[in-house]
Design a protein around this ligand. Structure first.
Ligand code: BGP
Length: 464
């Protein structure tokens, strides 16, 4: 049974939906120069083929969109603030009032419908200036700029926003230093990546400290990409390989939740000849300012082997394909039980409340004429995917895991993070925009819209 105040809702990110990339004094972010997402190199300036520059025009249409979310009965909306709307370059002293006002209106509109905003401070949208001048979190300076930004928004939205997440999928920085760490330079060594990890972790803990100081109401969480790893075979070498990948991922939550680098970190660094530069107060900050809850995205599990080479396509990482699982049209393997497993693993290790901040199926949708003469999408495949995953969430709750909410990724179609396409659709709401940028931007309810509305209305009882 889902708890009575379960946070049912959806998730979006500023850079993938807002568009209006220069409106209201916004500065450029790294997303504005990554027209192919992580599939291709960044450009020197924004280019017309970058779908994120217009996104789904949420910046101008948020009222219409929030009304639709409210109609589905959303209790929560996970969204992000575009850092460069508040600090266009990232290193200013004074924030951009117009940017602050925009989010005031968005939060007010959420609260009008009793939708709890869950706000990510940094979701793959580091200000471009900080990326180019400082190589983002590779430099220590960026910690201070981030904390100044966090304090600014904590102060401003005190009383409006209570749930915060610091860095989206913080563990992806090892694989995606630009997207996740704002590191502009090419050829980022493993030492540099780990140094940037440390800076992000310190920045996150300092933000937690500021958030708790500014309001005792604030509940601040971490956000990681959950990726259950199964040994490819029962060969102990494969089991160890799976354990090593797990260790790499748990490094982040261990620091953010327990306040310390895990016991295996020292050897891990030594073997890679990493000499971490740590300032004297860092460890104390990490220890004293841990998160209130854990949130994570979940899309797939992977298999690990010592001897077989990876051929699977992953979200931000790749792993071996599991012969027992089907794949999405984008090659992501569908594993609802993996979600129950991930929830149990995470709870087993930390005993902290868990929020599923992202989960969903990216699929090609076909707009057809509905019975009432309004276009729609018959997305039974999406309903099946979500139902199976939610049933497993319920199983985990029955196991004893404390789950506080579920925000379905891309509750309205938006631009994909990894491939920058619009045709990879996740939404309950279809947005008429195509990969070539054409389309009216009109919104249409898919079949899953009514289904999810019913899930929320029955607090999950209709899943059976
Ligand atoms: C996560 C990101 C999201 C989102 C999602 C789906 O990694 O946090 O921003 O986009 O994955 O990925 P994609 O958009 O590549 O399909």
């Amino acid at each position: 049974m889902f708890q009575e105040d379960f946070l049912w809702g959806g998730a979006i990110a500023a850079n993938q939906c807002e568009g209006a990339y220069l409106a209201g004094g916004k500065g450029l972010s790294i997303a504005d120069v990554m027209p192919e997402g992580i599939a291709g190199p960044p450009t020197s300036e924004p280019t017309e083929n970058n779908l994120k520059l217009v996104g789904i025009d949420f910046y101008h249409r948020y009222k219409e969109d929030l009304k639709l979310f409210a109609e589905m009965g959303f209790k929560a909306l996970r969204m992000s603030i575009a850092w460069s709307r508040i600090f266009p370059r990232g290193d200013e002293e004074e924030p951009n009032e117009e940017g602050l006002k925009f989010y005031d209106s968005v939060f007010d509109e959420c609260l009008k419908y009793n939708i709890e905003p869950i706000v990510t401070l940094s979701h793959y949208e580091t200000p471009l200036y900080l990326a180019q001048k400082y190589n983002g979190f590779l430099s220590r300076e960026t910690i201070d700029y981030f904390v100044h930004y966090a304090e600014t928004v904590f102060e401003r939205y005190k009383g409006k926003v209570k749930y915060w997440l610091t860095f989206n999928e913080i563990n992806s920085i090892l694989e995606e230093p630009l997207l996740s760490g704002g590191i502009w330079k090419k050829d980022v060594s493993i030492s540099e990546r780990v140094q940037a990890v440390h800076h992000e972790l310190v920045a996150s803990a300092m933000a937690v400290r500021a958030g708790h100081r500014i309001s005792t109401q604030n509940r601040i969480g971490c956000m990681v990409l959950a990726l259950p790893v199964y040994p490819y075979t029962s060969n102990p070498d494969d089991v160890m390989e799976a354990m090593n990948i797990d260790h790499k991922n748990y490094l982040f939550t261990d620091v953010q939740v327990r306040g310390e680098y895990p016991y295996y970190f020292k050897r891990w660094c030594e073997e890679r000849e990493i000499q971490l530069k740590v300032q004297s107060e860092d460890m104390q900050i990490l220890l004293n300012h841990t998160v209130d809850f854990i949130s994570f995205s979940y899309y797939m599990s992977i298999c690990a082997s010592k001897s077989v080479k990876a051929d699977g396509k992953g979200n931000l990482v790749s792993g071996l394909l599991n012969p027992y699982l089907e794949s999405s049209q984008w090659g992501w393997q569908i594993d609802p039980k993996g979600l129950r497993y991930a929830l149990n693993q995470m709870y087993d290790r930390y005993q902290k409340p868990l929020l599923i901040a992202e989960n969903g199926l990216g699929a090609k949708d076909e707009l057809v004429m509905g019975k009432d003469g309004v276009p729609t999408v018959e997305d039974d495949y999406r309903i099946d995917y979500l139902r199976e995953h939610l049933r497993q969430v319920e199983e985990a709750i029955q196991d004893g895991v404390v789950v506080i909410g579920y925000t379905a990724w891309g509750c309205i179609d938006l631009v994909s993070a990894s491939t920058s396409q619009l045709s990879k659709r996740y939404g309950f709401i279809y947005v008429d925009r195509n990969d070539d940028g054409s389309g009216s931007l009109m919104r249409y309810k898919k079949k899953s819209f009514e289904w999810y509305k019913e899930v929320i209305a029955t607090n999950g009882r209709n899943l059976h």
